[in-house]
Design a protein. Sequence first.
Length: 312
Amino acid sequence: MSIAEIGEFGLIARVVSRLETGPTVLLGPGDDGAVVAAPDGRVVASTDVLVEGRHFRRDWGSATDIGHRAAAANLADIAAMGATPTALLVALCAPGDLEVGWAEELAVGLSAEAALVGASVVGGDMSSSPTLTVAVTALGDLGGRPPVLRSGAQPGDVLALAGRTGHAAAGYTILSRGFRTPKALVEAYRRPDVPYQAGPLAARHGATSMIDISDGLLQDLGQIASAGLVAIDVHSDAFTAPPHMRDAALALGVDPLQWLLGGGDDHALAATFPPGTPLPEGWHEIGRVYDGEGVTVDRKPWSGPRGWDHFK
């Protein structure tokens, strides 16, 4: 059955039936707006959009996979502010011949990823469109802490990483070449493994700046360097490609370090900490902050890919 056959309100009913409501939701889908608890008194908000053919392909992953990816892209932004995600709002624009089951599976993926952090899908919107598009807005709670901004890095700070980089980029390259293995890398592209708890943990340990690595490590570190008017140097020896990544890189003629430093979509978190501060559990040092500007690798300019830019 297509969504044109079931209609907007029939589709909404089917999708809502797939959603679970968490403890922060005081009023879920069904009214003009949802009501979500904000114990801190401040709400962190972020939004992201996934467009078919630009951000995902239906033949590369299931609707459930795409739901996980769409939710993760937004939940990671909330964690990068040092906050705990509480709710998601989702807008779906789709062609009328889209199968109802696909939209239902998308809802399952969105809800399941949100549940990993105790958040819920609380509402959204739907519209007909020739291009399948999923737009998500995430809300979060700071728990009484100040937000961790991109602009706070200081010369002498330690640069640290939580989570992994390069895996989703490797999976993307594999899929784009028409292959489906190694499965671990393909699955990393389909469903990110995001260190959500590392964000609030870093905030509690005094992180001076933080960012979600969505477009590539070097690209996103450039945002911290620019915002803080500092230079950042990444230590290449802090990165080791696992055997299956090295094997895939050899077969595809790629330097795995290009994936590790320039690949996005894993949604690792990068943060800076004052010198001498013990790093929180799950974080490891990958570089330093200096006076100056820009991002270097081993104190030298990086000539390889730096990351994704939608308009380049």
